[in-house]
Design a protein around this ligand. Structure first.
Ligand SMILES: Nc1ncnc2c1ncn2[C@@H]1O[C@H](COP(=O)(O)OP(=O)(O)OP(=O)(O)O)[C@@H](O)[C@H]1O
Ligand SMILES: [Mg+2]
Length: 442
């Protein structure tokens, strides 16, 4: 603005000086055509009615005529020694700030006798008025510019800070443990990218939190099963009327289960050390009949105690590639359900069958059954049929979701058939068959 201001003033002054010079030049033209007293007077008269003044001097320095009375400011200029003045005129006073007049001079020669100089003057007060007016315009422009600039800056900074404030609020929520935040992504610039990063961080944390909760729930479920057996069998073993061999059988199971619990805790401790939230699956080839026999022995007393028969049907030549402790968890969970949801004097069967390309293990009970509308949901986490029925048996609805997960990570599938009041059958199927003699495949 300052540069523009200076430029405009400079060119305005130049314009004034040039027009002053042009006026002097036109007086010269008139004088050179008809030099006479009346012409001189005519020129003086003309100038006396304008805001410029003229003084005409001969070469000896005598004033021939002037439109105004020659005052001190004019005299100062008239007394200046003139250099060689070109025909088109010369600016002899241009500093409008300090002097009273700006002035130009133009030489004239009408004939040998009559030659001299035409001095043109303009009062610098007029120039100052002009400049003052210009300054007012400039001031107005500056105020207007500042006004719009402030408004623009205000809205621009608002637009910039709004997403930042939203992100700050989101990160505060995150730091307080609320991971379900939604950070709005409004642009595709750096701010947008930052918002996106915060959002994915929140999602990741949310996922980790969910995974951790699920994991803790699964762990407690896994720990609960052996503990239930330990407690149940300890209660039975305490009975006085029990004979020694039976008591030692119960104590054996208690011992086995305690060991399993120990192994489980060791594994958990290792997982905590390695900071992983899932059990690892380590598969080995097992003989199915032996494996199921051990489980059968372990749970039989619990079934007998509730007056439920537990049968095992499995041929000796069947082998499977699975993680025994994880798979034991699967069978125990299913048997636990069969026990919980069956009445006295019913039969539960563990049955392993083979077909051409698969092995199936079924847990068949004659219990209360599952209503058909609930069947699609029973493998969901925390889903329980009939809350009142479930309350008596006191579970969390976790068992089957864990079973499904464990079966699937080991490469199997699980399905269910059930009829109300008749019984339920869970079937686990593994596609790949192992035989004792031929290794894997058939
Ligand atoms: N063999 C079965 N007979 C009848 N209903 C069953 C049987 N197995 C499961 N269900 C039904 O399916 C629901 C889900 O079973 P799941 O094992 O997931 O949970 P739960 O046994 O209730 O609790 P948890 O296993 O966590 O202790 C149960 O509430 C039960 O109503
Ligand atoms: Mg269960």
């Amino acid at each position: 603005m300052i540069y523009l201001h200076n430029k405009v003033i400079h060119s305005r002054i130049n314009q004034e000086l040039e027009s002053l010079k042009a006026r002097g030049n036109s007086h010269r033209d008139v004088l050179e055509i008809t030099y006479s007293n009346s012409t001189l007077q005519h020129i003086a008269l003309m100038e006396s009615h304008t805001d410029t003044d003229v003084v005409i001097m001969n070469t000896r320095g005598d004033i021939l005529i002037s439109s105004e009375k020659v005052n001190g400011g004019m005299k100062k200029i008239l007394e200046k020694n003139l250099p060689q003045v070109p025909r088109k005129g010369l600016i002899i006073q241009s500093s409008w700030k300090d002097e009273r007049y700006i002035a130009t001079v133009t030489p004239f020669i009408s004939d040998k006798k009559n030659e001299g100089y035409i001095y043109m003057f303009k009062d610098t007060r007029d120039v100052e008025d002009l400049i003052a007016q210009l300054n007012r315009h400039f001031l107005f422009a500056i105020v207007l510019l500042l006004f719009f600039m402030i408004i623009t800056i205000y809205f621009l900074s608002k637009a910039l800070t709004r997403p930042l404030i939203a992100m700050k609020e989101s990160t505060t929520k995150l730091s307080k443990g609320n991971f379900s935040v939604a950070v709005p992504v409004r642009s595709h610039d750096e701010l947008g990218e930052l918002a996106q990063s915060i959002q994915s961080l929140a999602n990741e944390l949310n996922y980790l939190k969910k995974e951790r909760n699920e994991f803790l729930a699964s762990i407690s479920h896994e720990l609960r099963t052996p503990l239930t057996y330990i407690k149940g069998y300890a209660d039975i073993a305490r009975r006085k009327e029990l004979d020694a061999s039976e008591r030692s059988r119960y104590l054996e199971i208690i011992h086995d289960e305690s060991q399993r619990l120990n192994r489980l805790l060791d594994e958990l401790f290792n997982m905590a050390r390695m900071d992983v939230n899932t059990f690892t699956i380590s598969k080995e080839t097992i003989q199915l009949s032996k494996f199921l026999q051990t489980i059968h022995e372990k749970v039989l007393p619990a079934f007998t105690n509730k007056k439920i028969q537990l049968h095992l049907v499995c041929k000796d030549h069947l082998f499977l590639d699975i993680d025994p402790s994880r798979f034991e968890q699967v069978i125990l969970n299913l048997l636990d359900n069969a026990l919980k949801y069956s009445n006295e004097y019913t039969v539960t069967t563990i049955k392993a069958t083979e077909s051409l390309s698969s092995i199936s293990i079924s847990i068949i009970d004659q219990g209360v059954g599952i209503p058909s509308e609930d069947i699609p949901h029973i493998f969901d986490r925390l889903y329980r049929v009939e809350k009142s029925r479930a309350r008596d048996t006191g579970g969390f609805g976790l068992g089957l979701s864990i079973v499904k997960q464990l079966v699937e990570v080991q490469g199997g599938t699980i399905s269910v058939k059930s009829n109300l009041e008749q019984g339920t059958c869970f079937i686990i199927t593994f596609k790949e068959i192992k035989y004792e003699d031929s290794g894997s495949g058939r």
